[in-house]
Design a protein around this ligand. Structure first.
Ligand code: ACO
Length: 325
């Protein structure tokens, strides 16, 4: 069996910014409430003529450039998303936009998608089947938010991030421990379910579309502060590491209070917690690679550093991975 290493990262966010003040123009909220409850000050949103596919492809190209890997050497494009540009998925469109030649498919696991995708990519390369797997986390939840619901619309933003996972020698596996969990019993606390409307033509089957995001914020908050320590502990144990060994905590960027609670639970100092949600909000499957990209390019995360990463969200799903950069 082979090992896996993580050798390139890239990210792109849309150029249009919606600040908390911008939101307060059309929903009853204010910057102070949003900033204290969530840490979010602004988010980036795609416009009508922009596509998730385009920013995801650009993020992928940036990761390939850092990795020094040519697009035609990518064996698999794994797109982690809950909001593709097409019902049938967007991975193949990204694959052609990048100029990759191998396989491509979508993986859906809400805000846990990127971590689960990273673990999957590692399985593909250690299996010996693929040499280079490009994992992209990209979401545009702005398109599924009810912009009259102040309880949810303040939270989400759009973005894309990518990491190149490459096969390496079996004794050099940089994924040290991982854990994936889910609980369909908690589904109701965060969902965007299908609804079917009566057919326009009598006798024809009903037509489906998705409802906007429905969330019980308190339930999700309670779930996150319990689930994340649980999964990170499991991955640490598998890795044979202690919390002191963690150089960087790179969690799904949902809420600063969740990041703080998890860091406190593990006694991880504030300086080791990567946070960029003030500028982007919750970008779902994109949040971890976006944060990772800024931290790597900003010179914080260095080769050999131990990263503890965890995603959590709708499903409910939660997952973690401990890996070295
Ligand atoms: N502006 C002003 N007031 C507001 C707003 C707003 N945007 N939203 C709610 N309020 C009001 C409420 O109406 C309520 O008023 P009341 O006391 O008069 O009834 C009061 O503020 C408190 O509301 P709560 O919902 O109890 O506020 P809470 O402190 O729980 O914060 C929040 C809400 C920020 C949503 C929090 O629960 C949270 O972050 N939860 C986690 C959500 C999350 O991370 N979801 C994404 C998961 S990842 C994925 O898979 C997509």
């Amino acid at each position: 069996a082979k090992g896996a290493r993580f050798i390139g990262v890239g990210s792109v966010a849309p150029t249009t910014t919606l600040s908390n003040d911008d939101l307060s123009a059309f929903v009853d909220t204010n910057d102070e409430w949003i900033a204290t409850r969530t840490g979010i000050r602004a988010r980036k949103v795609l416009q009508k003529d922009e596509s998730l596919t385009a920013i995801a492809a650009e993020a992928g190209k940036r990761a390939l450039e850092m990795a020094g890997v040519a697009a035609e050497d990518v064996d698999l494009v794994l797109l982690c998303t809950s909001s593709p540009d097409d019902l049938f998925g967007s991975a193949t469109q990204i694959q052609s936009a990048i100029g990759a030649k191998g396989a491509a498919f979508d993986l859906t696991a809400a805000c846990s998608g990127f971590v689960i995708g990273l673990i999957n990519a590692r399985q593909w390369v250690t299996d010996g089947k693929y040499h280079n797997v490009l994992v992209i986390g990209a979401d545009a939840l702005s398109r599924y938010v009810d912009w009259t619901d102040r309880g949810t619309c303040i939270l989400f933003g759009d973005g894309a991030g990518a990491v190149l996972v490459q096969a390496t020698a079996g004794d050099d596996d940089r994924l040290l421990g991982y854990d994936i969990r889910s609980d369909g019993g908690g589904y109701k606390s965060l969902k965007a379910p299908l609804q079917c409307t009566a057919a326009e033509n009598a006798g024809a089957p009903p037509r489906g579309s998705f409802q906007p995001i429905l969330m019980n914020g308190r339930e999700v908050f309670k779930f996150a502060v319990k689930a994340v320590p649980q999964t990170v502990s499991a991955s640490l144990e598998e890795a044979g590491l202690l919390t002191d060994d963690i150089d960087w905590l790179v969690l799904h960027q949902a809420n600063q209070r969740i990041l703080d609670a998890v860091a406190e639970r593990f006694h991880i100092p504030h300086e080791k917690v990567i946070s960029n949600l003030a500028n982007y909000g919750n970008t779902s499957a994109a949040s971890i690679p976006l944060a990772l990209d800024e931290a790597v390019r900003g010179g914080k995360i260095k080769p050999g550093d131990v990263i503890a990463s965890a995603g959590f969200g709708a499903g409910l799903t939660w997952a973690s991975a401990i890996f070295t950069w």
